[in-house]
Write a protein that binds this ligand. Structure first.
Ligand SMILES: [Zn+2]
Length: 332
C-alpha cells in the first residue's frame, strides 16, 4: 500500500479551490507512455502550471499500474530537476467500479473519478457515496470526482451514442448525498475526435464543420445551485485542423473531425469549471508528427527519432493550452 504523499503528489482539493476563485482551469492530461509524461511535465514546468496526470482504465491495462505509478513519482522528481516544483495530482479517469477506485487509491493515486453517470440516479448516488467514504477516510485524504449527465462519444472503454445533459435540479442533492469533491457535467462536450455528427453542425465557407455551442445556460444554472463548487469538463479537445490536415496529408484518414472551439473552453475556464480534460488533441499532435517523420524520412528506424518530434509538438500544444485556453499558466 502506497499513499500519494510518499510519491510527492497532491490531491485536487487546494488546486480546485484556487482555480475556482482565480477564474482558470487546471489541465488534466492523459498519459500512458514516457514521451507523453515528459511533454506534460516540461510544458507545465515552463508555464508554471499545476497539473492533473490522468490514467484511464485503458491506460492502466496498456502500461501497467505499477509502471504508471512510478512514472508519476518520476514526474514529480523531474519537475523539481527542471527547477520548479509544480503541484501534481495523479487521477484515475472514468473509474467504473468501487474495486478499481480502491485499487488505485491503495497504489498511490491522489484522486479518482467514479463514473456512475450511465446508472440510474439512485445507483449513481450509492456508488459514488461508497467511493467517497473510502477515499476520504484514508490517512491522506483522496479526492473524488463524480459525474451527472452523459457525454456522447468514445474514449478508451467509455462510449455512449447520445449525450444527456446534466439536470441542474439534481446537482445539489447529488453533491450533498455523495460528498464528492468535484462534479463532471454534460453541457455539450463529447469524447473523441468526432465530437458531433455532421448533421449537428454547420459549415464555414471552406466546408469545415462548425459545432453547436456549449450549453452555457445549463452551466450557469448549475453554478447557481452549487455556488463555487468545482465543476469538471470531459471531452474538451478542440481537434485542431492543422493536425487533422497534417495526418491526412501524410496518409491518414480522419473524416468529419470536429472539436470544441478554444474560445468556448476559455469562457468555461473562467467560471466554476476548474478542471478541463484534454486527450484527443494530444493524440492528434503525436500522430501528425509521427506520420510526418515516417513519410519524410523513410530510412529512419530509431524510435526516438520517430517519437521525439511528436513529444516536442505535444509540449508545444500543452504550453498553448495552459497559456491561452485554460489560464493555468503562472498559477503553480
Ligand atoms: Zn472523460
Amino acid at each position: 500500500m502506497t499513499s500519494y504523499t510518499e510519491l510527492g503528489l497532491v490531491n485536487t482539493k487546494e488546486l480546485f479551490k484556487k482555480a475556482v476563485s482565480g477564474g482558470y482551469a487546471i489541465p488534466a492530461y492523459n498519459f500512458n507512455n514516457l514521451e507523453q509524461i515528459q511533454a506534460i511535465i516540461q510544458a507545465c514546468v515552463e508555464t508554471k502550471s499545476p497539473v492533473v496526470l490522468q490514467v484511464s482504465a485503458g491506460a492502466r491495462k496498456y502500461a501497467n499500474q505499477n509502471i504508471l505509478k512510478n512514472m508519476a513519482r518520476g514526474a514529480v522528481e523531474y519537475a523539481r530537476e527542471l527547477g520548479y516544483d509544480i503541484p501534481i495530482a495523479l487521477h484515475l479517469d472514468h473509474g467504473n467500479s468501487f474495486e478499481l477506485c480502491k485499487d488505485c487509491i491503495e497504489s498511490g493515486f491522489s484522486s479518482v473519478m467514479i463514473d456512475g453517470s450511465h446508472l440510474p440516479y439512485d445507483e449513481n448516488v450509492e456508488l459514488t457515496r461508497k467511493v467517497c467514504e473510502f477515499a476520504h477516510s484514508q490517512k491522506d485524504y483522496v479526492t473524488v470526482e463524480g459525474e451527472l449527465g452523459v457525454l456522447a462519444g468514445v474514449e478508451d472503454d467509455v462510449s455512449a451514442e447520445h449525450s444527456d445533459y446534466t439536470k441542474p435540479e439534481e446537482v445539489m442533492d447529488f453533491v450533498s448525498k455523495t460528498k464528492v469533491d468535484s462534479l463532471a457535467i454534460s453541457i455539450g462536450t463529447s469524447h473523441g475526435r468526432t465530437k458531433f455528427k455532421p448533421e449537428q453542425c454547420t459549415r464555414d465557407a471552406n466546408g469545415v464543420l462548425i459545432p453547436p455551442p456549449l450549453r452555457f445556460d445549463i452551466l450557469e444554472e448549475i453554478e447557481k445551485k452549487i455556488p463555487g463548487f468545482p465543476i469538471v469538463l470531459h471531452g474538451a479537445s478542440s481537434v485542431p485542423m492543422e493536425y487533422v490536415r497534417m495526418i491526412e496529408q501524410f496518409g491518414g484518414h480522419l473524416k468529419d473531425s470536429v472539436g470544441i472551439p478554444e474560445e468556448q473552453l476559455r469562457r468555461a475556464a473562467k467560471s466554476a469549471v476548474c478542471k478541463i480534460n484534454i486527450d484527443s488533441d494530444g493524440r492528434l499532435a503525436m500522430t501528425a508528427l509521427i506520420r510526418k517523420v515516417l513519410a519524410e524520412d523513410p530510412e529512419e528506424f530509431d524510435p526516438r527519432k520517430l517519437i521525439g518530434p511528436a513529444r516536442d509538438e505535444l509540449k508545444k500544444l500543452y504550453m498553448h493550452k495552459n497559456l491561452n485556453v485554460l489560464g493555468s499558466a503562472g498559477q503553480a
